[in-house]
Design a protein around this ligand. Structure first.
Ligand SMILES: [Zn+2]
Length: 280
């Protein structure tokens, strides 16, 4: 039987025919890639029902609205937040998850393009980019849930490109897209993650380019859109930051630019952690 492809969501929701469910189960027993897609889809659904908060607290909305309206004059709130103990614990967790991901790549063998072909709603992303809210429409994801998602192959980094800080996360598009907002107080970057591979038919107006050693598709404009897929996940960046910062953001995310580089980075991280533990 071929890969589950477009049937991953229907399989998780139990919406296939009995025969199709049986075929899918048989296939899943011997296909790591499809099994991973099903696991990711289940995780999204469960995160939705257990840890997502339907509406963000009013106080948080108010403070974020203030953040968007006026550039912070003194210390960024995330600077204070970054000094907190939970933040530093999060950094260690992210390092640990990188090691797990690296191990998965080492044992995973050659990668193939797999999954449902998807066409992110680029025009809608662009149209809503300059809106007043920094929170995407959808169900806000709690901080704890973002750490869990990060651990499970949905990158929810605290920062991208060194100085873009995560200000919110939400599940959007019928809870099938992880949407993250980053900002440095002036410029914004939205990151969308969803299961699947890029639908080439939806890339009219995009130009194939290389960024950070990765093959990506770029649509110039305000905002600029950069989209690519890696290992069954489609990543889309919508942003008004400069190109060199976009390149650094792409470098921070899974981008298929080479397992050896990732392994080296993880190795560096692990030695840094060992050094830190040894010094403690
Ligand atoms: Zn398969």
């Amino acid at each position: 039987m071929p890969h589950l492809g477009a049937d991953v969501a229907a399989y998780v929701d139990g919406q296939l025919s009995d025969a199709a469910m049986r075929d899918a189960s048989t296939h899943l027993a011997s296909c790591d890639a499809c099994e991973k897609a099903v696991r990711q889809q289940r995780l999204l659904k469960s995160r939705m029902s257990t840890v997502a908060t339907p509406t963000p607290p009013a106080a948080l909305l108010a403070s974020l609205a203030g953040l968007a309206a006026e550039p912070p004059a003194r210390e960024h709130w995330w600077t204070r937040w970054g000094r907190s103990v939970p933040f530093r614990a999060g950094v260690v967790l992210v390092s640990a998850s990188l090691a797990v991901i690296a191990a998965a790549y080492v044992v995973g063998g050659p990668r193939e393009r797999i999954g449902d072909e998807v066409a992110p709603p680029y025009d809608r992303y662009a149209a809503t980019f300059h809106g007043t809210s920094v929170i995407p429409v959808g169900n806000a994801i709690t901080e704890a849930a973002m750490v869990e998602l990060d651990d499970s192959g949905w990158p929810c980094h605290q920062t991208l490109a060194d100085d873009l800080h995560r200000v919110s996360g939400a599940l959007t598009n019928d809870d099938e897209v992880v949407s993250l907002s980053y900002s440095d107080g002036r410029s914004s970057l939205r990151l969308f993650e969803q299961i699947g591979v890029l639908d080439p038919a939806a890339l009219d107006g995009f130009e194939a380019q290389e960024m950070a050693g990765a093959q990506v598709w770029v649509r110039d404009g305000d905002p600029m859109i950069v989209t690519w897929d890696d290992d069954g996940t489609v990543f889309t960046i919508v942003t008004d930051v400069s190109r060199d910062r976009i390149v650094r953001a792409v470098a921070d995310l899974p981008n298929g630019s080479g397992e050896r580089d990732l392994g080296e980075r993880v190795g560096d991280g692990l030695s840094r952690m060992s050094a830190w533990i040894g010094a403690a």
